[in-house]
Design a protein around this ligand. Structure first.
Ligand SMILES: *Cc1c(COP(=O)(O)O)cnc(C)c1O
Length: 424
């Protein structure tokens, strides 16, 4: 980890050119890498030596961008994935096997809910979803003998529940398992979950990190803090020999790098969800302005939320940075400088009024995406979460009339004027 401040890390971390080399991180648009000795290539395949040999496992462009994200989060090792979905899939699959179990905060991104509630279940891994507001006792009761991880989102998309990171971290550690946090909405500009006890952080880099809606991507960062060896029997994949690499033991050979090395060497090798170096290059350009964009997103979001709160046609508004919000106190504790640019609201006219208002917006577009420079809206009950029944929607913190508004970084007067004419 470098000693630079966050703003400097956004620009400088991850890539340091040598004399006469490209100042800007180059795109290594190459599937493969050349070696002069076949013996050396063999050592690379045995993980006896580190180096690049095939882009499905590692690529220098991707590694530089992963190193920047790692530095921003304050971790020890990181990797890029093809999407946020792949990041959350790998983060769990790296430490579970069929027959295992995970505990999740129930307020989750719809895609992550599907992944953990349905898809990994077919692979023999069960998830228990707990109310993020639960007491310590209720949280403890969700653990089983075979529980291997706890998962939650810093700020849930789209419920905007701010997770009590310390409560979840303490419960995970009391049961000898790591706490994995999806930090997509907060970004390391507003929150660094490792400082609150998280062990692994994931990202959909598709959102604020890229920031321009140009490329889908994900990242996994390891704090290096979880002691896998201390809970050896729970994590045999990390603490017993991997026969596919001549019996190496990840924790013995790679120490604090064990988790990311295993995810790269096994999961990327076998499942192949790599980010293209071209996308990693674009992501890196996005990261260079993350520290400028995120505060403006947050500032604009609070202004829109204040405007909506005072509008006669608006029934309710959710913005964790707005005094009076249910999660204001938790937001002040974990994200005093701002939460995210996404807010939610409902109209007095309910579901039908929501759909009509959205159709009348002119500049603010209806898109599936969130968290890029352009303001946009979405109605989760009819779009991202449409596979859920009403009970599941409520458990995920999504009311049927909820409009998700991703406030962009256009001029605030233009954003509010568009909302105003649509409400009128
Ligand atoms: C979008 C999102 C994901 C999924 O990421 P993709 O890059 O779309 O695969 C995961 N978690 C959160 C919080 C998200 O907002």
């Amino acid at each position: 980890m470098s000693n630079y401040k966050t703003e400097t890390k956004c620009i400088q971390s991850g890539y340091e050119p040598g004399n006469g080399e490209a100042r800007v991180l180059p795109i290594y648009q190459s599937t493969t890498f050349r070696y002069t000795s076949s013996e050396q290539m063999g050592r690379l395949f045995d993980l006896e030596e580190s180096g690049y040999f095939y882009t499905r496992l590692q690529n220098p462009t991707n590694d530089a961008v992963a190193a920047k994200i790692c530095d921003l989060e304050g971790g020890v090792a990181a990797m890029l994935t093809s999407s946020g979905q792949a990041a959350n899939f790998y983060a769990i699959m790296n430490i579970v096997e069929a027959g295992d179990h995970i505990v999740c905060a129930s307020a989750l991104y719809g895609g992550t809910y599907n992944l953990y509630a349905h898809t990994i279940k077919k692979m023999g891994v069960e998830a228990t979803f707990v109310d993020p507001e639960c007491t310590q006792e209720e949280l403890d009761a969700a653990f089983q003998e075979n529980t291997k991880a706890v998962f939650g989102e810093t700020i849930a998309n789209p419920a905007l529940v701010v997770l009590d990171l310390e409560k979840f971290a303490n419960a995970a550690h009391a049961h000898g398992v790591p706490f994995i946090v999806d930090n997509t909405f907060a970004t390391p500009i507003n929150c660094r979950p490792f400082e609150w006890g998280a062990d692994i952080v994931t990202h959909s880099t598709t959102k604020y990190m890229d920031g321009h809606a140009a490329c889908v991507g994900g990242a996994i960062v390891d704090s290096g803090n979880f002691d896998w060896e201390a809970h050896k029997e729970k994590f045999p994949g990390l603490t017993t020999p991997d026969e596919t690499y001549h019996g190496i033991v990840y924790t013995e050979k790679f120490g604090k790098g064990a988790y990311i090395t295993k995810a790269t060497a096994q999961l990327m090798r076998d499942l192949g969800s790599i980010q293209s170096p071209q996308n990693a290059f674009l992501l890196n350009i996005g990261l260079e302005t993350l520290h400028l964009r995120v505060p403006r997103h947050c500032e604009n979001a609070v202004k829109v939320a204040e405007y909506l709160k005072n509008h006669e046609k608006v029934a309710w508004v959710r913005c964790p940075s707005l005094p009076g919000d249910k999660y204001y106190d938790l937001a002040q504790k974990y994200m005093p400088n701002g939460t995210c640019g996404v807010i939610t609201f409902g109209l007095k006219g309910g579901r039908d009024a929501a759909v009509e208002m959205m159709d009348r917006l002119k500049m603010v577009a209806i898109v599936t995406h969130v968290a890029d420079a352009r303001s946009c809206v979405l109605h989760p009950a009819s779009h991202t979460h449409r596979q859920m029944n009403d009970k599941e929607l409520v458990e995920a913190g999504v009311q049927p009339d909820l409009i998700r508004f991703s406030v962009g970084i256009e001029n605030i007067e233009d954003i509010i004027a568009d909302v105003e004419q649509a409400l009128r």
